[in-house]
Design a protein around this ligand. Structure first.
Ligand code: NAP
Ligand code: MG
Length: 480
């Protein structure tokens, strides 16, 4: 079945189609997905500009009802849509369902925010003049999202974009079009102006590039890799288009000598191998105190070996396949690179043959690594993690901070003093104490430092900064 794009409010076939197959089982064809043409993109951008003005004029309760309806439907259909997500992306079904439910919560959260847009009022420094400061929509927002959280990432962009009165043109990752189509189908049935929301499936280098170069786009919100993000920023700046980017990372979990050992191992395994390691918040560096290193490594390796790798939709699967043949080849190349740099591969890191033809590999743990190894500098986006042994807390903190990324970091310790010092001195946008480096809430800001992020924070009330522009009005309150 061909799944079409939503162009200027109409479901249209594209200039070509792609096949979407499950990475768990390549014989499982999920569907055909239209690839939008440049003419279709231009047409939908024109319609989006018109629709945005109509949407901005809707009352706040009417906008709230739209967002609430989208969120409620997603939560109600989390089982069905989560299964679809897992089928096309490869994460175990519990993670797929959890993602869709969470995505629904972004919509219900921003539904409520529709009613909480309250400005500021001040006296002017000049007598008898009032100042009113309010936020207005930015206009047409281009949303460019990755495959690893195809529904959640897009939702934490689409929900605030709509909440604050904008039109959306969404270019999802071509690896996960089914999730994009499903969400678009829900949005398309709402009480919204024709063309307010567009789906333009297609490759990043063609339709994505064209979208970010368009002068009809007022803001670009992107989540993906650093090189693509830099290219998007360079294109957007030609039109002085506002940009916000969430990119890669190389997150570290510090395990101190006073840590609860079982907790530390659980956090490390979940952080390293959840989502098959394909998370921007993955714990890919485990910075471990010498005094606990032996005991920690023994349990970590045993835990990694015991993980059940399998089909995303099969009961009992703890880690699904990686997303694509390219990703698998890159991961295996990193395994070879790590060994050539002098790391000891304690377990995993091997291609697995399974009853289904898919992109399976075993979770890998590197020991005896140094922070200057490439496997500890570059984001691998793989089910691979490295242990870096350190002698004390200060050394741990400096290793955690020695990266050009800066999304998340965590520490496992029973010491309040160390936890507090770490929270204040880790150079990341998100810090966790005795919790995994992955897993964040929707009502508070999310984002990083260094090469991990650019522009203002996403999620919570922080999102208003990106999706609105501020207007300062001066009103004479002079004599009547
Ligand atoms: P990617 O290759 O950078 O692609 C991200 C999106 O950009 C996709 O929709 C892609 O389209 C599109 N794109 C590619 N080239 C483009 C261009 N020239 N112009 C406009 N759009 C373009 O990243 P990915 O492989 O999908 O995802 C993995 C990356 O995402 C990792 O680096 C990960 O760390 C990062 N990530 C970050 C966060 C965060 O919040 N910090 C969260 C999740 C993931 P196509 O792929 O369809 O061609
Ligand atoms: Mg890609």
């Amino acid at each position: 079945m061909l799944h079409r794009n939503l162009i200027a409010g109409e479901w249209l076939a594209g200039e070509s189609e792609i096949e979407n197959r499950s990475p768990s089982d390549l014989s499982d064809l999920i569907g055909l997905y239209a690839q939008a043409s440049c003419d279709q993109l231009d047409a939908t951008l024109d319609q989006a500009q018109q629709a945005q003005r109509e949407w901005a004029a809707y009352g706040i309760e009417r906008k709230q009802a739209v967002l609430m309806s989208i969120g409620n439907e997603m939560m109600a259909r989390a089982e069905e849509l989560g299964t679809l997500l897992s089928r096309e992306e490869g994460k175990p079904i519990a993670e797929g369902k959890g993602e869709v439910y969470r995505a629904g919560q972004f919509f219900t959260y921003y539904a409520a925010e529709c009613l909480r847009q309250i400005g500021e009022n001040a006296d002017s420094v000049r007598p008898n003049i009032e100042v009113d400061v309010r936020r207005e929509p930015i206009g047409v927002v281009a949303v460019i999202s990755p495959w690893n959280f195809p529904t959640a990432t897009a939702s934490w962009k689409i929900a605030p974009a709509l909440c604050y009165g904008n039109a959306v043109v969404w270019k999802p990752a071509n690896m996960t079009p089914a999730s994009a189509y499903a969400l678009t189908e829900i949005i398309s049935r709402q009480d919204i102006p024709k063309g307010l929301f567009s789906l333009v499936m297609g490759s990043g280098s063609s339709i994505g590039q064209r979208l970010v170069e368009s002068a009809k786009v007022n803001a670009v919100t992107f989540t993906g890799s650093v090189p693509v993000g830099k290219g998007i920023a360079a294109a957007a700046i030609q039109n002085l288009t506002k940009v916000q980017m969430e990119m890669g990372s190389k997150n570290a979990l510090a395990v101190m000598d006073d840590a609860d050992l079982d907790l530390a191992v659980t956090l490390a395994l979940g952080g390293a191998f959840g989502g098959t390691g394909q998370k921007c918040t993955a714990s890919s560096r485990l910075v471990v105190h010498d005094a606990i290193h032996g005991a920690f490594v023994e349990k970590l390796v045993a835990g990694a070996k015991a993980m059940k790798v399998g089909h995303a939709l099969e009961a009992g699967t703890q880690m699904g396949p990686v997303v694509s043949a390219t990703q698998l080849a890159e991961n295996l190349a990193y395994v070879d690179l790590g060994k050539s740099e002098g790391a000891e591969l304690a377990c995993g890191g091997e291609r697995l043959e399974m009853p289904h033809d898919g992109f399976y590999m075993s979770p890998g743990v590197f020991l005896s690594t140094r922070n200057d190894f490439r496997i500890n500098r570059e984001e691998m986006f793989a089910p691979l993690t490295s242990v870096i042994k350190v002698g004390c807390y200060d050394e741990a903190l400096s290793v955690v901070n020695d990266t050009h990324f800066g999304l998340t970091s965590g520490i496992v310790t029973r010491s309040l003093a160390r936890a507090t010092h770490f929270r204040r001195n880790a150079r990341t946008g998100v810090v966790t104490i005795n919790l995994p480096t992955a897993g964040t809430d929707y009502h508070v800001p999310f984002g990083g430092r260094g090469d991990s992020s650019y522009g203002s924070r996403e999620q919570g009330k922080a999102a208003a900064e990106f999706y609105t522009t501020v207007k300062t009005a001066y009103i004479s309150a002079g004599p009547v």
